[in-house]
Design a protein around this ligand. Structure first.
Ligand code: PMP
Length: 353
């Protein structure tokens, strides 16, 4: 322990992201990346940006990208904030929008970054239990709070909350900011972006890491009332006025504009998910209903940690969490049909043995 650290650093338990192993020929189904490449139009735009003007600073306002995001969602550019991955957008949210006298609320099984940010920015929180079927119960969020944040679909369960429930949540918490983290919404849910014009307390956070295959570019965004967006801009500009480099801005803009490719690839992921869920059920797994690009499944007769280790020996990696209530689940990212096929074959083999 360093005597030069502040108390904050001593108290921090940092987030441990999913592994990015440097092993060849791995079937990597552990961090919810998209198995398909980004849009060819995004690839071309990024190549052009590299050739063109890297000597110049990027646009600090990311106007073209904000325009493309606003256009996609039928909103105005003043309702859009962009950041270096949705993790950074969320960091600004915790820093500036979710910092009140009362604890903020989030589900007890959810994205594990939330408590990390709370620790870093000194935000008190209360975890709200999921129901026995691992679903979020919106009625439990009608208690005094300093803000609400939840992923929809939830992570790592993949369970979706219908838009009507999000509206109930927004009405019951009219005095607080309600953040809906929609990292996985494009794989089967209806976005709360459609509610932004009607609820000034709503902030929707999305990412280009999953449905647009740009995890390596680090682009995320928030949609909300211009007042919330202005708050985020102030924090960003005080921290780093150039969050997105030129290549990322160019690629993300083209990716947002290429709707045809977006619909085709997310459709392919959804079809593979349904196939994989059915095959896992045939092998005896209980699979939670997923609206994401992963499934969350447990086998009543086999230990999840042992299954993950046996898959790893066969060069397939999936995610296993040691947290209470979910330690017998595996989170499996939807790969190509070939990758999902290899996973099912390996599991069949392991379960036999
Ligand atoms: N929110 C949720 C619920 C996630 O699972 C992730 C991915 N780990 C993120 C946000 C962050 O994604 P990114 O920073 O790549 O946009």
């Amino acid at each position: 322990m360093s005597r030069f650290w502040s108390a904050v650093v001593h108290g921090l338990t940092p987030y441990v992201p999913g592994e990015q192993p440097k092993i060849a020929d791995l079937i990597k189904l552990n961090t919810n990346e998209n198995p398909y490449p980004p849009s060819p139009k995004a690839m071309a735009a990024m190549a052009a940006a590299v050739n063109e003007a890297l000597r110049l600073y990027p646009d600090p306002n990311a106007d073209a990208l904000k325009g493309a995001i606003a256009g996609f969602h039928g909103l105005k550019a003043a309702q859009v904030f962009v950041g270096n991955g949705s993790d950074e957008v969320l960091a600004f949210v915790f820093q500036g929008l979710l910092k009140h006298e009362r604890p903020i609320l989030f589900p007890d099984i959810t994205y594990s970054f939330y408590p990390v940010y709370c620790g870093l920015y000194g935000v008190a929180f209360t975890k709200v239990p999921l129901d026995p079927a691992f679903r979020i119960r919106v009625a439990d969020y009608a208690q005094p709070n300093g803000g609400v944040i939840l992923p929809n679909p939830n992570a790592p369960t993949g369970c979706l909350l219908p838009l009507a429930d999000i509206e109930t949540l927004l009405r019951a918490n009219a005095g607080s900011v309600v953040v809906v983290d929609e990292a996985y919404i494009d794989f089967g849910g209806e976005s709360a972006a459609a509610l932004v014009d009607r609820y000034p307390n709503l902030l929707v956070v999305q990412t280009l890491s999953k449905s647009r295959s740009l995890a390596g570019m680090r682009v995320g965004y928030a949609l909300g009332h211009p007042e919330l967006i202005e708050g985020l801009e102030r924090i960003k500009n005080s921290f780093n006025s150039y969050p997105l480099d030129r290549v990322a801005q160019a690629g993300a803009t083209a990716a947002m504009e290429d709707r045809e490719y977006f619909d085709r690839t997310r459709g392919a992921v959804i079809a593979s998910r349904e196939r994989l869920a059915a095959q896992l059920a045939t092998l005896g797994f209980e699979v939670l209903p997923s609206a994401a690009n992963f499934v969350f499944a447990r086998h009543p007769g086999h230990d999840a940690a042992q299954l993950a280790a046996a898959l790893r020996e066969r060069k397939i990696i999936v995610r296993h969490f040691k947290s209470a209530r979910i330690e017998q689940f595996l989170r499996i990212t939807i790969g190509t049909d070939e990758q999902c096929g290899a996973l099912v074959t390996a599991l069949r083999d392991i379960l036999k043995g």
